[in-house]
Write a protein that binds this ligand. Structure first.
Ligand SMILES: Nc1ncnc2c1ncn2[C@@H]1O[C@H](COP(=O)(O)OP(=O)(O)O)[C@@H](O)[C@H]1O
Ligand SMILES: [Mg+2]
Length: 458
């Protein structure tokens, strides 16, 4: 009863009052029927029955009032209060399994809940005598405590511990809501701003706070299509006056390579054109940074690329691992620059320095495990937005700490376009589930047209 909702407490109080009201009325009626004349005629007897009737009436009024209050409380109780109560009941009542192994009279952790918009709630549990580690393990107990018609589809999707190790915040949301964008026409992709790329109803990649993007996933998991979506959004913002460019590299000579302005292998199977494109992009980083530095000097304060009217510049290398294998390990005498080391060092420079000039690299890899060998570790740590398509826990562990993945339901079947996503924008630092937009139009044709239009304004 201690953790029951106020409405339940009020209803129980009302019911008890009504029962006692009935009992008092019954006693009154029975005693009036007792055939003992001398008793029934005394003044005291009348006082007694009058008193019983009065109490019974009072209890009846109290009972009915308490039940009405219970109903009002039930109807007006906020979602956050309901969630708090459900969780408290399941964590603190012994009959629910006592997941925190609490002892009798132990100080209970405090539980708070607030809304975070869009039907998402944040439940915070503060550690007391219970350790933060024990609280971190509560996500499945919390998910299963959310029941009833209204909440059964809600579950914990993220667990965050504050830096001071005092409290744990669980993100609770309706896991059945489909937030996917369905786009039937290229004109429906309207970037809100050139720096904010919408990927599903409430999820953005914010280029002002994040860096280059690493996209991993098996073949046909949706990598190329989803990156094209990101590129379409940037292309639609148009070119800026500061040498912004969208360079697409398709080393496998697949669908992309047939589009205009896409760089692929040379006729002889070498990658000199690819290396040249990467070099041009690296040069443009230097140029753009110089413009920003000049502006900053004039202003006497740092000028950000987006404030200076720059648009994002993108270098997309599809199938990055395949691309690396084409470069010779050792440079030849005729062309000493053409080798893997040059490619790697140019890319390192762009990934580490590009974001401040609005230049971003997007790399796609088919095997997350190449993180261990094929992907230079400096790139791995500098690519701050990570996306894993058709994810599995095993692949996820190559990209994120296991700790960040523990709220993911491993039994779920993922389809093309389904992904886990994290970014360093302060909002998506933890891994969350996303579905990339479903594009029901000729994606490659529109990409080709937009690339043409983009460079025509040169
Ligand atoms: N966001 C999405 N939603 C639904 N299906 C998708 C999505 N993205 C891709 N697909 C499907 O997956 C297929 C493979 O996509 P693709 O981008 O070529 O994968 P990858 O580059 O990982 O090999 C596409 O033909 C498309 O039908
Ligand atoms: Mg692909």
């Amino acid at each position: 009863m201690r953790f029951a909702a106020p409405s339940t407490k009020s209803a129980v109080l009302g019911a008890i009052a009504l029962v006692f009201s009935g009992i008092f009325l019954l006693i009154k009626n029975l005693s009036e029927q007792i055939p003992i004349a001398f008793l029934t005629q005394t003044v005291w007897f009348n006082v007694f029955t009058g008193w019983l009737a009065h109490i019974s009436k009072m209890l009846f009024i109290v009972g009915i009032t308490a039940i009405i209050i219970a109903l009002i409380l039930r109807i007006t109780m906020s979602d956050t209060t309901r969630i708090c109560l459900m969780v408290k009941k399941s964590l603190f009542c012994y009959e629910y399994g006592n997941p925190l192994h609490l002892k009798e009279d132990e100080l209970l952790p405090s539980v708070r809940c607030k809304t975070a918009g869009n039907g998402i709630f944040e439940l915070t549990i503060t550690a007391t005598t219970v350790t933060v580690e024990n609280i971190q393990n509560l996500s499945s107990s919390i998910s299963s405590s959310l029941n009833g018609k209204r909440y059964k589809q809600y579950a914990v999707t993220q667990t965050n511990t504050d830096l001071a190790f005092n409290e744990v915040t669980f993100r609770i949301e309706d896991v059945t809501i489909d937030k996917s964008l369905i786009i039937n026409n290229i004109n429906e992709i309207k970037p809100e701003s050139p720096t904010k790329l919408l990927i599903q109803k409430d999820t953005y990649i914010d280029l002002t706070t994040s860096g280059s993007i690493l996209v991993s996933g098996k073949t046909r998991s949706g990598k190329t299509t989803s990156i094209i979506f990101i590129i379409l959004s940037v292309l639609l913002a148009g070119r800026d006056k500061y040498d912004s460019r969208i360079i697409i590299i398709d080393p496998k000579q697949a669908e992309l390579s047939r589009l205009p302005h896409v760089v692929t292998l040379d006729a002889d199977g070498e990658a000199t054109a690819i290396l040249e494109a990467v070099r041009c992009f690296a040069d443009s980083v230097v140029k753009r940074q110089q413009i920003l530095n000049d502006l900053s000097e004039k202003k006497g304060d740092a000028v950000h690329w987006w404030d200076a009217g720059f648009h994002a510049s993108i270098l997309f290398i599809d199938e990055y691992v395949a691309c690396r294998t084409i470069f010779p390990q050792k440079p030849s005498k005729e062309n000493p620059e053409y080798c893997l080391a040059t490619f790697d060092s140019l890319l390192k420079r762009i990934v580490t320095m590009g974001a401040s000039a609005g230049n971003f690299v997007i790399i796609s890899i088919a095997e997350a495990s190449v993180m261990e060998g094929g992907l230079p570790s400096i790139l791995r740590s500098a690519m701050t937005t990570k996306i894993l398509f058709k994810p599995t826990i095993t692949e996820g562990r190559f990209l994120w700490d296991s700790e960040k993945l523990k709220d993911f339901n491993t039994g779920r079947v993922y389809h093309a376009g389904d992904a886990w996503f994290s970014s360093t924008d302060g909002v998506h630092d933890n891994v969350s589930y996303v579905h990339f937009p479903i594009m029901n139009f000729a994606v490659y044709r529109e990409l080709g047209k937009l690339l043409d239009a983009y460079y025509r304004t040169e």
